[in-house]
Design a protein around this ligand. Structure first.
Ligand SMILES: CC(C)(COP(=O)(O)OP(=O)(O)OC[C@H]1O[C@@H](n2cnc3c(N)ncnc32)[C@H](O)[C@@H]1OP(=O)(O)O)[C@@H](O)C(=O)NCCC(=O)NCCS
Length: 158
């Protein structure tokens, strides 16, 4: 384990359940990711795209995840989350760096993502790696309580 207390590695099938437990915990926050409870965790675990998934682990526990989903158009889309008590300690940065490396290794020309405008931590993280805002999707995501949230589209040319 490196000095910062976590390691980053590609995910395997054995990680499905742990990834989804963390995903569900982050969804409970109802702020950073689009998913909200209730979630069918068993179905999510079965459907999770393990190919292109990178996890951050500490003492055998998954504390962060990023997925690079390649499209036939040559770009890859990323989505990510870090356990609440591990935020601000470099896990997100390590995951984004690993995702960029993976995307380059797979010959993708660009990474793209969507982020809520209030998500200062995520926007700062993506900007740090050179992602730039490319546009806004207006009243795009309907939340469980009926609010319509905007999304910022960001991209990084590789
Ligand atoms: C967004 C998220 C992945 C960041 O992960 P993290 O492990 O906290 O990121 P890091 O510790 O590597 O911090 C990365 C940068 O973000 C910035 N940052 C971190 N927390 C911040 C905050 N609360 N406000 C503003 N900027 C912040 C810092 O500039 C930091 O850069 P630095 O290393 O130069 O200081 C994490 O907060 C998270 O999982 N949030 C909930 C789920 C989510 O929002 N996912 C993204 C959906 S688009």
């Amino acid at each position: 384990m490196p000095a910062d207390g976590f390691a980053v590695r590609t995910a395997g099938d054995a990680d499905r359940a742990s990834i989804v437990v963390l995903f569900a915990a982050v969804a409970e926050e109802r702020t950073g990711i689009a998913a909200e409870p209730p979630l069918d965790v068993e179905q999510l675990a079965a459907d999770w795209r393990i190919d292109g998934t990178i996890v951050a682990v500490t003492d055998g526990e998954i504390v962060g995840e990023i997925n690079v989903d390649p499209s036939w158009m040559g770009f890859g889309e990323i989505g990510m989350f870090v356990a609440a008590d591990w935020r601000g300690r470099g896990v997100g940065s390590a995951l984004v760096a690993a995702a960029i490396e993976l995307a380059r290794a797979r010959g993708l020309h660009k990474l793209a993502l969507s982020v809520f405008p209030h998500n200062d931590a995520a926007i700062a993280l993506y900007r740090k790696f050179g992602f730039v805002e490319e546009g806004r999707l207006v009243q795009h995501v309907r939340r469980a309580k009926g609010e319509l949230w905007e999304l910022i589209e960001m991209g990084l040319l590789l």
